[in-house]
Design a protein. Structure first.
Length: 155
């Protein structure tokens, strides 16, 4: 399986999205959220929004990376959103997905961009099904990847 698709990495991505959501909506500090994920399993069934024990190093990298570069990440994502639908207007879960994925695309050259896009589109499917949200996330991430990792997106 490719580097981004391993079950522990998938669980890390899910955990990172959940952590970012918890911090934004619930106001929990980063150290509490990360300690919570380190002390429990995220779950077993990915289709139910849970998917087993995460790669804690990747989970922490995504969460801390988003927090450290959130303004830069938000600007990069907003460039690919409609003028009247910037990040603050989006659903909090979609914001967390886009921020986590943007961090991965912008700061993790060890993970192929197409792998990152696919993984976060699948996460979106886990949260929202096969609706417009999945297509929306795919479109935004594809545009962002062409922007920040253009050479790898050719072909």
């Amino acid at each position: 399986m490719r580097s981004g698709g391993a079950p522990r990495r998938r669980a890390a991505r899910l955990g990172a999205v959940q952590a970012l959501y918890q911090m934004e909506v619930g106001g929990q500090p980063v150290h509490e959220v990360l300690a919570e994920f380190a002390s429990r399993r995220v779950g077993e069934a990915f289709e139910d929004g849970q998917c087993g024990k995460p790669d804690l190093k990747l989970l922490e990298d995504i969460v801390r990376g988003v927090l450290a570069r959130q303004q830069e990440i938000d600007r990069a994502v907003n460039r690919h959103l409609a003028e009247d639908w910037k990040l603050p207007k989006l659903d909090a879960t979609i914001r967390a997905i886009l921020r986590a994925a943007a961090h991965e695309l912008m700061a993790r050259p060890d993970i192929p961009p197409k792998v990152s896009i696919n993984e976060y589109v699948e996460l979106t499917r886990a949260f929202f099904g096969d609706g417009d949200e999945r297509r929306f996330v795919n479109g935004v991430l594809d545009a962002l990847a062409h922007d920040v990792r253009a050479a790898e997106m050719k072909g």
